[in-house]
Write a protein that binds this ligand. Structure first.
Ligand code: ADP
Ligand code: MG
Length: 370
């Protein structure tokens, strides 16, 4: 797929901008703080995922405006399609003129991978950043996973609020079993999806890491399940989770939190069996983050009938020449949007079209595409 036309209105520092990208490498350049990431983010939202920078819709709307409008025309499924998002404190989504119940309906319709400097957090930060990576990567490929996750998270919030009530009033334990059952039902399926995803990402990421590092070390990712068991079916996981939840009511009431389930899962990354978070050098951590993201791209590409688009925000400056080359080569034949401060310093990027951004405005666009 590729984006043909993208219109941004009252979005962050962009009052109005119209982009006509090419199906090749689109370079968006300009000084810091002028709106490059905002453009990348506005494209990313059409995947149906939340922004990679915030979960608050209000932050996306230009400070002087009540709402933003994003419209994109893209070629996919052998036809021209259009999608629209109207953002205020919520998001209203339209696909080919038809209002969707939620922007999540864009999942599987508009496919993209995003690379940004924050991708390092999957290596450096704690479990919640790791779960975010896993959840987005699976949702892009299996939209139903996002539905399950949303229902699961809702049930966890409700269970935790019931735990608080029981803690204060000693009433309501009967109802806890109802939430245990609901959480176990969704949770078992989530664990199953995650395990299958790890089987794939494990192989791809270690293969890619070995190419980037000339086989110096072996990278291995591992899924850490809060139930600490392995090798079951989705139904069996539900049973195991239900047992753990229902046996730990007293502990959970005291802690005011649900101790077991996919919301406690984690992921570990090893280089030659050493944990990269504590022992990896900056360069190794960067290569591992890049390998994981490229493995995500590989899984997405394999699952789609057509090529997703690649959004590369400010990542080139973070990588040495060899890794830059690797990244650009990987995305050969994809529609790419890449941001940088000065394209003259990016010898590895062969741009087909360049967009110069100043103060949230498109100053110039030049096409080299034949
Ligand atoms: N809701 C908003 N309303 C107006 N301006 C905003 C809003 N959110 C962010 N900005 C502005 O957008 C600019 C940052 O844009 P960004 O795309 O991150 O820049 P860069 O070109 O460095 O990637 C900053 O000047 C910031 O103040
Ligand atoms: Mg930026």
């Amino acid at each position: 797929m590729f984006v043909e036309h993208h219109i941004i209105k009252n979005y962050r520092n962009i009052e109005y901008m119209e982009l006509m990208p090419v199906n090749g490498v689109n370079v968006i350049y300009g000084e810091n703080g002028h709106g490059k990431t905002n453009i990348i983010e506005s494209l990313w939202l059409f995947t149906g995922c939340n922004s990679f920078r915030t979960r608050k819709n209000n932050e996306l709307v230009n400070k002087e405006s009540d709402f933003s409008t994003l419209e994109t025309e893209f070629f996919s499924g052998e036809r021209n399609q259009n999608a629209k998002l109207i953002i205020d404190n919520k998001k209203e989504a339209y696909l080919n003129g038809i209002k969707q119940v939620s922007p999540r309906k864009f999942l599987g319709e508009f496919q993209a991978v995003v690379f940004s400097p924050s991708m390092l957090s999957v290596v450096k930060e704690g479990p919640s950043e790791k779960r975010k990576f896993i959840d987005i990567a699976i949702s892009l490929v299996k939209p139903y996973y996002a539905v399950l996750l949303s229902k699961y998270n809702k049930a966890i919030i409700q269970r935790n609020s019931l735990l608080k009530q029981i803690n204060q009033t000693s009433k309501g334990e009967d109802l806890l079993y109802v939430f245990d059952e609901e959480i176990a039902r969704y949770g078992g399926k989530i664990i199953d999806y995650r395990l299958k995803f790890f089987e794939e990402i494990k192989n791809y990421s270690s293969e890619i890491y070995s190419k980037i590092s000339n086989g110096r070390e072996l990278m291995k990712v591992e899924y850490i399940n809060s139930l600490k068991e392995t090798g079951y079916t989705s139904v069996e996981w539900s049973e195991i989770l239900y047992n753990s939840l229902s046996k730990n009511h007293d502990k959970d009431v005291q802690r005011l939190a649900t101790s077991f389930g996919p919301h406690k899962d984690d992921m570990e990354i090893f280089l030659d069996n050493m944990n990269i978070r504590s022992y990896g050098s900056q360069g190794q951590q960067r290569s591992a983050a890049l390998s994981l993201k490229l493995a995500e791209a590989e899984i997405l590409k394999k699952s789609c009938d057509e090529q997703p688009i690649a959004l590369l925000d400010d990542v080139m400056s973070e990588l040495d020449e060899k890794r830059q080359e690797f990244l650009i080569k990987y995305f050969d034949n994809w529609q790419v949007f890449v941001t940088c401060c000065d394209p003259a310093h990016q010898s590895k990027i062969k741009s087909d079209k360049v967009f110069n951004i100043q103060d949230g405005k498109l100053k110039e666009q030049l096409c080299f595409f034949i």
